[in-house]
Structure formats: C-alpha cells, structure tokens
Design a protein around this ligand. Structure first.
Ligand SMILES: [Ca+2]
Ligand SMILES: [Ca+2]
Ligand SMILES: [Ca+2]
Length: 492
C-alpha cells in the first residue's frame, strides 16, 4: 500500500503518480510531492450572521468547511460532497445518511428540497414519493403531517426495496443536525428559496446552506442582493455558458460544471482557468454525462480515469460522489480500489478461455451488453458508468475463472455485484471441479448500476498456484443481477 500520504490539496493531487495495478494485489503505489499547505484565506467571509453551531467559541467541522469553501486558491482543500447523503448505509436524503456522510469524511452533503402542500421544505429527490417511500403521489400533495406518516426505503429505494423506520426529514431537522458538522448543498430547492432561507435563519445555519440553480443570472442576483449572506453555487454547462461573464465582478462562491463530453466549451482549459481564479469549481462523478466518462466507477479502477483528472485537468476543487469512503481513501492514499495485499481479484468479464460449454454457459446467444470485449462469446458484458461487468445473469448459467493463488492458505470468496431486485439471485461456487458450495444469496443494492462487495461465506483451502473457480446460477431461483468481480481474501 502507499507509504506516502497524499496531501489533500489541488497542487498535491497534480503530483500524484500511479503505477498500474497488477492482477494480484499489493503492487499499486502512489507518491506525492505536494507543496506546503497554505492557510485558507477568508477575506470574503460574510460577517453579519453568527455561524450556527455549539456557541462554544471553538471551531466546528462546519466552520472549517465554510472557511475552506471560501478559499479557491491553488492550495485550497479538495472538498467532497455526498450525493443524497451517504445512501449506502441509510436511505437517501435521510437524517442517518447525512450523519454517515460526515462520519465518512465528506464536508458537504447534497440534499434535495421540495415543499409540502402546506409549504414546509422537506427532503425528497423526486417530485413524487413513490420511489423512496411506501406512499404514492406528488410531494406537493402531502401536508407535513401526511408525509411524516410515510416510511423511507433502504438506500436508493425502488419497487422491491425494504422499508426502514426512517421518516421524511424536514429541512429544519436536517439543518439542525448539520449545524456543527458541515455544509449542505440545497439541490432542487431554488423555487422554494425564500422558504429555505427562512429555515436557515430560524435554525442559525445560514453559513451551512449552499443554494444552487441554473436560473438566469439576473434572477440569481436579485436573490443574492436581498439575501447578501446566502451562499450560492451556479450550475453551468454549454446551455448557459455566458452566465460566468454575466456575474461580472460579483461571482458566486462556486460553479457546478456539467459537461457531457470533454469537448464541451465549458470544459475547455482557458475557460476553467478563468473560473477557478474566481470561484470554486464543482464536478460530479456519479455517472456518465455529468463530467464525460470521469466517474466514480472509472476512478475505482484507476483514479486518473476519474477523480484525478477532474481535479488536475478540469480544475475541480469540489467533487460530488456516490462513493464517499472511496474518494476519501483516494485523497489520503492516491489509490482507487486497489487489490489488498495477498488477495486475488478476477474481473467477471475475464472468464476463462475455451468458449461456450467449456468456460461458460449463457442461456441466450450473443452478447446482450454494450461492450464487445470478448468477440464471439455469448456472455453478456456491459459498461455501466465505467463499471465493466457481466450482466443478464440468468438461471442455468455458469462462468469459469482461472485464478493464481499467491500463497497456500484458506480463502473466502466475495463478489462485487449490483441489482435492484429482492431477491436478486443465488449462486454456488466450485473450486477445481470439486463439489458445489452452499447457495449464496445475492442481495439487492437497490440499483442495477450501483455495485457493492458482498461476502459469500464460502471458504476454501487453496494451494499456491493456478486454480479454477466456477460460479453457477441455479435455474430454480430468480436471477437478475450483475457481477463486477470476484475476490479471494486470506482468512485465518
Ligand atoms: Ca448472451
Ligand atoms: Ca446471460
Ligand atoms: Ca469488472
């Protein structure tokens, strides 16, 4: 693993160099030659409102994040924003997801704000409650009392996703929770900006709240003139490129830059250079099309395919992510998702040679996926936002892998999978043509495109050298999931 810690600044990220990860882990290295960390400058700090918080006089995490936000110098700290909160451990836009985001190292949580029928700002991404709760209908058709009756679903929700005991938070509840902890990016909330402003004032969190829109500049400036302490982030793309110049010498604190491809005018170096001289640059890495293909998943494979390029080439000093823990690890170590020392990882798409009937059985002819990595094979290989995986896994199918075990010992198999279904599927494992293991359940990740590592409980003694691993999907079970990779980790 890396022995040199990566200093968490823009200039040090420029200095990161990475060697290619080997198939067997433990060889990825990162070095940093980052310069000295400058103290944040705070000359633009509004002073008319006290900072929300504990009133103890000591600096809170939130106050540090606020001061960092106002610093867009070349040594500015790279800030991370947790998309909809840390939804991998709690429902999106829920109070525990907010706490978990800060626990995992984010400085900002991105939350979505909508108004109830009685005009109360609450946290909800969609216009309806259907995806994320046990209710149905428009958010704006529920009173606060009615929406509080609903229960939130796990993670990203969805039709088959289990309910939790969590309720739809009001914005006020969320702001009270974050007061000492960090910043909130108020997405979807521009139409309700006056109601949101009142909540920030009432909860003493004006400096925690970051308004956001792509509204016409004169509309934005009218709001900022009447609310001079409001923090504001402007969303910019080729559709409203002129807005940067329209702000003139009264620039917002940051710009959320969205570029479908690297060829977009908004992504050109001279433009971003000017912007970075005036404001923070925010980039999004959750999926393709927000910053070309510079995604979280690509970053896990190799940070220079995602986060590192966003920071170095595209001048981002704030990154919104679905992988808070992973991006924090990258900022500490320079590594993406390196294979742990002594472990063996095999990508699902790297199944053994030999073709149908020898290396695999696939129930439908041809590759239904969008990646032609294994021409002529029937296995279905797809790319989801930079994640290359075997998709359309169905009952009756099996896949064989060759793995080189570095050291004799006992190994547990895990699989990195995704599926929105409950149940998602079942598999068994067989080593070197031996007996099949107990059945392993594949659990829902609440999205086809959001992967997680799931331990199998299958432990096997393996001698040093080459072995085959066969993954089989019983045809008497529901099967609809995606396999990114298998990994064998030493156990005692
Ligand atoms: Ca197929
Ligand atoms: Ca298939
Ligand atoms: Ca893969």
């Amino acid at each position: 693993m890396a022995s040199t810690r990566l200093r968490r600044t823009v200039t040090s990220a420029l200095a990161v160099t990475l060697t290619a990860a080997a198939a067997v882990g433990g060889t990825t290295a990162a070095t940093s030659t980052g310069g000295a960390e400058a103290a944040p400058t705070t000359d633009k700090a509004p002073s008319t409102l006290a900072f929300g918080g504990n009133g103890q006089g000591g600096r809170t995490d939130a106050e540090r994040a606020y001061r960092d936000l106002l610093d867009h110098g070349k040594n500015a700290k790279i800030l991370t924003a947790a998309h909809r909160g840390q939804w991998r451990v709690a429902p999106e836009n829920s109070l525990p997801a907010i706490e978990a985001a800060f626990d995992d190292g984010a400085e900002i949580v991105e939350l979505d704000v909508r108004l109830t029928a009685d005009g109360v700002p609450v946290l909800m991404h969609d216009t309806t409650v259907d995806r994320t709760t046990d209710g149905t209908g428009e958010v704006s058709s529920f009173t606060l009392a009615e929406i509080k009756e609903l229960r939130l679903k796990e993670h990203l929700g969805g039709a088959q996703t289990a309910l939790t005991d969590e309720r739809v938070p009001t914005l006020a509840e969320a702001m009270e929770l974050v007061a000492d902890r960090g910043l909130v990016n108020l997405d979807k909330g521009w139409p309700a900006r006056e109601e949101i402003w009142d909540v920030l004032v009432d909860t003493g969190t004006v400096r925690n709240g970051l308004f956001k829109s792509d509204a016409p500049v004169d509309e934005v400036q009218a709001f900022r003139e009447s609310h001079p302490d409001a923090l504001y982030l402007h969303m910019i793309s080729d559709d409203n490129l002129a807005s940067f110049d329209e702000f003139g010498d009264d620039q917002p604190v940051g710009y959320e830059v969205v570029f479908g491809t690297e060829q977009d005018a908004v992504a050109r170096a001279p433009f971003l250079e000017r912007m970075a001289g005036e404001a923070r640059v925010w980039a999004n890495s959750m999926w393709d099309g927000l910053a070309d293909h510079l995604t979280d998943e690509a970053s896990l494979v190799d940070p220079s395919r995602g986060w590192e390029r966003l920071v170095t080439t595209f001048r981002a000093s704030m990154v919104q992510t679905d992988d808070v823990e992973a991006i924090e690890r990258w900022l500490r170590t320079g590594e993406g998702d390196a294979v742990p020392r002594g472990s063996v990882r095999v990508q699902a798409e790297d199944f053994a040679p030999g073709g149908a009937g020898v290396a695999y059985h696939d129930v439908d002819a041809g590759n239904r996926g969008n990646l032609d990595m294994r021409p002529g094979e029937d296995v279905d290989i797809s790319d989801a936002d930079g994640n290359v995986r075997v998709s359309w896994l169905r009952g009756g199918e099996w896949l064989t892998y060759e793995v080189d075990v570095p050291r004799t010992g006992r190994y547990e198999l895990s699989a990195r999978v995704s599926s929105p279904y409950t149940p998602a599927g079942v598999y068994t494992v067989s080593f070197d043509g031996g007996p099949e293991s107990e059945r392993v359940d594949v659990l829902s990740t609440t999205s086809h495109d959001k992967q997680e590592v799931q331990a199998s409980g299958v432990v096997q003694h393996l001698t040093q050298g080459r072995h085959t691993v066969r993954v089989s999907l019983p045809d008497d079970a529901f099967q609809n999931w995606n396999l990114d990779h298998l990994q064998l980790d030493r156990v005692r």
